[in-house]
Ligand binder design. Structure first.
Ligand code: DGL
Length: 275
C-alpha cells in the first residue's frame, strides 16, 4: 500500500504490550476524531530482555501490518523499540512519519535542583547506544543514573499493579537512585506510569517523577493531518484478546472494546521469531 494513498488515514500505535496504552490514552484525549489502531505484541512481551535483532524484527513486522491497515503515521509507544528499531524503521519507510518514545532528558535537566537525575528503564533500553547518545547530548553536566528494571513489566502485563512482590521489586530498583540522592526520576518505559504510586512510595515524596506520554502524543498531533470521517479505535494483540480486553476494562475502564487477535507472522506466513 502507498503510504500517501487515500486509505492511509489511521494512526498506528504499538508497544510490546499494555504500556503503550498510556500513550494511546493521551492520543484519544488530544485527537478525539482520529482513527487509531493499537497493536500490543503481547506474545513477545517483554521486549526488555530481548536482543536488539529480535526487537527490530518485531517492530518491522508490526509496522508492516499497521501500514497494510492504512497507517499514515506510526507512534512507537515503547522506549525499548524506539531505542533499537526507530532508525531501521525510518530507513525502511523513509516517507512514513514515525514518532518515537524516549526519556525526556531535557525536561529532567530543566527540573532537577541538585543536578542528580535517575532514569528507570528496561534492560534493553538501559544498555542501548541510543540512550547513551541521548544522555551525552542533553545531560549538560548533570549526573544521570540509569537503572535497568527487569521483572517489572511482567507484573504489569499480568494485571498486578500493586502486590507485595511488585513493591519489593520496585524498592530494589529504586534503592540505587535513593542512595545517589536523585531529586528527579524519569520513567523510561511506557509501562511504568501505570504503577506511578509505587515508584513514588519507593523514592522520597519530594522526588519528582517525569514521564513522556503526553509529549509523545503532542508530537503525533503536530505531525498528523486530520483525514475526516468518524473516530475509530481498533486494538489488536499477538497474545490472547480476551485477557487484554479484560485488562483494558479493569485498568483503563474502557468497556465494550473488542480486542482482535493478530496473527504474529510476517508477510511470507513465517513466524518472525520464537516467543
Ligand atoms: N513499554 C515498553 C517500553 O517503553 C517495553 C517494555 C518491555 O516490553 O520490556 O520500553
Amino acid at each position: 500500500m502507498q503510504i500517501d494513498s487515500p486509505t492511509a488515514r489511521e494512526i498506528g500505535v504499538f508497544d510490546s504490550g499494555v504500556g503503550g496504552l498510556t500513550v494511546l490514552r493521551e492520543l484519544r484525549r488530544l485527537l478525539p476524531d482520529a482513527r487509531l489502531r493499537y497493536l500490543a505484541d503481547t506474545a513477545y512481551a517483554p521486549y526488555g530482555g530481548r536482543s536488539a535483532d529480535d526487537i527490530r524484527a518485531r517492530s518491522m513486522a508490526i509496522t508492516e501490518h499497521l501500514i497494510d491497515c492504512g497507517a499514515g503515521l506510526i507512534v512507537i509507544a515503547c522506549n525499548t523499540a524506539t531505542a533499537h528499531a526507530i532508525e531501521a524503521l525510518r530507513a525502511r519507510w523513509p516517507a512514513l512519519p514515525f514518532v518515537g518514545t524516549e526519556p525526556g532528558i531535557k525536561p529532567a535537566v530543566a527540573a532537577t535542583r541538585n543536578g542528580r537525575i535517575g532514569l528507570l528503564a528496561t534492560s534493553a533500553t538501559a544498555a542501548s547506544a541510543r540512550l547513551r547518545a541521548l544522555i551525552d547530548r542533553h545531560a549538560n553536566g548533570r549526573e544521570v543514573i540509569v537503572r535497568g528494571c527487569p521483572g517489572i513489566v511482567e507484573h504489569i502485563e499480568a494485571g498486578d499493579l500493586d502486590s507485595p512482590l511488585l513493591r519489593r521489586l520496585v524498592e530494589e530498583h529504586c534503592a540505587p537512585l535513593r542512595q545517589a540522592g536523585v531529586d528527579t526520576v524519569l520513567l523510561g518505559c511506557t509501562h511504568y506510569p501505570l504503577i506511578e504510586p509505587l515508584w513514588q512510595a519507593a523514592l522520597a515524596p519530594n522526588v519528582e517523577l517525569l514521564h513522556i506520554e503526553t509529549a509523545v502524543a503532542r508530537r503525533a498531533v503536530d505531525l498528523w493531518t486530520p483525514t475526516g470521517g468518524n473516530a475509530t479505535l481498533q486494538v489488536e494483540t499477538s497474545g490472547d484478546p480476551t485477557t487484554l480486553q479484560d485488562w483494558i476494562a479493569q485498568v483503563l475502564g474502557w468497556r465494550g472494546l473488542h480486542v482482535q487477535a493478530w496473527a504474529h507472522e510476517n508477510n511470507n506466513g513465517q513466524q518472525v521469531l520464537t516467543a
